[in-house]
Design a protein around this ligand. Sequence first.
Ligand SMILES: *Cc1c(COP(=O)(O)O)cnc(C)c1O
Length: 354
Amino acid sequence: MTAAMDITIRKAERSKLQELSLENLPFGKYFSDHMLEADYENGEWKNVEIKPYQPLLLNPSVAAIHYGQSIFEGIKAYKDRQGEAFIFRPHDNFRRFNISAERMQMPAVPEEIFMDGMKQLIQLDKNWIPSREDHSLYIRPFMFASDELIGVRPSENYKFMIILSPTGPYYAAPMRIYVEEQYVRAAPGGVGFAKAAGNYGAAMYATAQAKKMGYDQVLWMDAWEHKYVQECGTMNVFFIIGNTAITPDLNQGTILDGVTRQSSITLLKEMGFTVEERPLSIDDIIDAYKAGLLYEVFGTGTAATISMIKELRYKDFVMKFDTDSWKTAPMLKSWLTDIREGRREDRYQWMWKV
Ligand SMILES: *Cc1c(COP(=O)(O)O)cnc(C)c1O
């Protein structure tokens, strides 16, 4: 471990918080007073600075725009009833960030910049964490290639940044889902396990097509056989069949190792479910539905936490669910929210005090 990195702090002259009500906030539209910025040059990280949130001045040739070496994370900070600030499992996001970096041939970001920088930034903008129930401060760390060169090669310079956005309750209405057979999100050997910007860009066309047909999202299938379920939009997906909770395994490298997914596995076990991480085919899902054993289907992710699925369409076969009668997904959501907001015991040390 190297010694603590010097982080220069330049404070904003005045806070924008007064002008903003932290109620009814659209997701990801407003940003706090400060941001963190660091540069990777000549093989080392330098210029680590927390400064007023402001636009970047970029050369049009900047490599990330052209060739997509760009990765990100999504984390949330909460306030408990005593007004103390906590971040939910940020070390897991830190580890995942550097896994994404390696796959995209980008440098690792040291813990002293990612974690200590995040901590100092949150401390400075602590007032931006809404204290109301179901509200939080969304933390967006990201890194992109900053070489000013349009030759194709891994960039030599990178920028790492963290910005913060206050968010209200993400009202996750039960979703109608289209099982996607034509387009794929990720293939074995590809970058599905990385939180790479391009994964999102590549998913938008299929999602827009599904929306035109009246669906909220697609359920991605495996790239080879279009038979095994992968993820639901940008969320991991769980199926409750009988007393077993099944979620696709991570072995092929096509699925994002979600922190909400891991947390859900832990809590589902605590609830008494058998949890299986394994390949799950659409045929097995349909068989379970027909047998009356497919009780619940839901997505998991940091933004919406748990999103129930009320309809699944595969070819011409439509599966419908009465989400109002569900017990597991709502319980999982409230357990997670209660742990994050300090109303339920933090048995697994998920909350990191800042
Ligand atoms: C971020 C993300 C998730 C959810 O991960 P969390 O750590 O739970 O937020 C799931 N799938 C994809 C494709 C993602 O990018």
